[in-house]
Design a protein around this ligand. Structure first.
Ligand code: IMP
Ligand code: MG
Length: 172
């Protein structure tokens, strides 16, 4: 399978600088956790955390919702939990992409039970046409059409994560 570039590394980095500034301006002092949803959001988390001009804490959460294919199983499971309690802290869930919304809908519910002071979502990509569950995304990088994308953390069968651009997977 081949790839066609949808968002270049430069476009992604420029947008992340804007999101970082926005987040920096939105939060008062006090602990701010960025919770990275593994594995897809790892590069976004790394770049976003460095674009926010204030102190942040980073945490990682593993979940499984997708099989090896291109569509959701509809079932979400926590495979690696956080190290920190989020109680009384400001929290931003950092996700690679919102597709059906099933994953984030579930995560917002699970993390909300831990009594954070506030809980918002940052997603690099959003495919609004595919939504099955409502999700409020406070910080969106890019809205994209309903096409399967890889790169910059996103995979197809665990491949392509290390591409620097976000690309559409194309049958050749
Ligand atoms: P949702 O639960 O359907 O919103 O799916 C969210 C998860 O599905 C993301 O964290 C991705 O891991 C995966 N996903 C959704 N769309 C794509 C895509 O176009 N490329 C790669 N992974 C995707
Ligand atoms: Mg994922």
């Amino acid at each position: 399978m081949g790839v066609r570039v949808l968002l270049t590394e430069e476009q992604i980095q420029a947008r992340i600088r804007e999101l970082g500034a926005e987040i920096g301006a939105d939060y008062p002092e006090g602990p701010l956790y960025l919770v990275c949803i593994l594995k897809g959001a790892c590069f976004f988390l790394a770049d976003l955390a460095r674009a926010v001009p204030r102190d942040v804490l980073i945490e990682f959460m593993g979940i499984s919702s997708y099989g090896k294919g291109k569509s959701s199983s509809g079932e979400v499971r926590v495979t690696k939990d956080l190290d920190a309690s989020l109680e009384d802290a400001h929290v931003i869930v950092v996700e690679d992409i919102v597709d059906s919304g099933i994953t984030l809908h579930y995560l917002v519910h699970v993390l909300g039970q831990r009594r954070p002071r506030s809980l918002k979502v940052a997603a690099l990509l959003d495919k609004p046409d595919r939504r099955l569950r409502p999700v409020e995304v406070a910080y969106t990088g890019f809205q994209i059409p309903d096409e399967f994308v890889v790169g910059y953390g996103l995979d197809y069968g665990e491949r392509y994560r290390n591409l620097r651009d976000v690309c559409v997977l194309v049958d050749e």
